[in-house]
Design a protein around this ligand. Sequence first.
Ligand SMILES: [Zn+2]
Length: 224
Amino acid sequence: MRLFLSGHGRMYSAEQRKHIRRILCVLFLFLVFCSIVFQIELQYTMKAEMKLYEKMQKESTKKEVCTLLREISCFPVREDETGHETYFFDNGYGTARTFGGKRSHEGIDIMTSNNRPGYFRIQSVCDGVIENIGWLKLGGYRIGIRSESGYYYYYAHLDRYAKGMAEGKKVSAGEMIGYMGNTGYGKEGTRGKFDVHLHFGIYRPEKKAEETLNPYYLLKYFSE
Ligand SMILES: [Zn+2]
């Protein structure tokens, strides 16, 4: 039987060499497969990002979309664990609102199939710090989270907050911050003036007056 020295000075038989070659071959094919999958995924992500840039170009610069894509990593509502209930939303940004004076809708409403307060869980879409928490006449129980780049993420009409939420608390992307509800449009504790939903808004880091942007396409991107 032919023997040869390995790099470590050990002896391998022809049979063992054959075995090693077979393993290397499988490993090589596996790497090729992984690289193809990675390429396809990359192409898919790039295509989705391009589509997002196109849709948002009317109101956002490419730089802004890039910043938002870098810091947002998930949808603000967690999937229903049972898989029976769903959420949905349409592009209701800018539509008229009358409660509390004439104004336009500064965000997107995410509705649910069961309309049950406290059922769906709300999570932070990015890392940040809780800047505001508590009751607002319009927003009900709300949380406002400031990201590192200065954008302000606004979650309104919550049924209740997750444990430990407080002003100044650091939160991570994907961390649960509360439960979807129907609070607001009155004095503290007012419920049921409208269907259960999450009002989600994004405000630009302007110095003087904070300015909203339409989060519809971003939400679409993270819900697909
Ligand atoms: Zn709304």
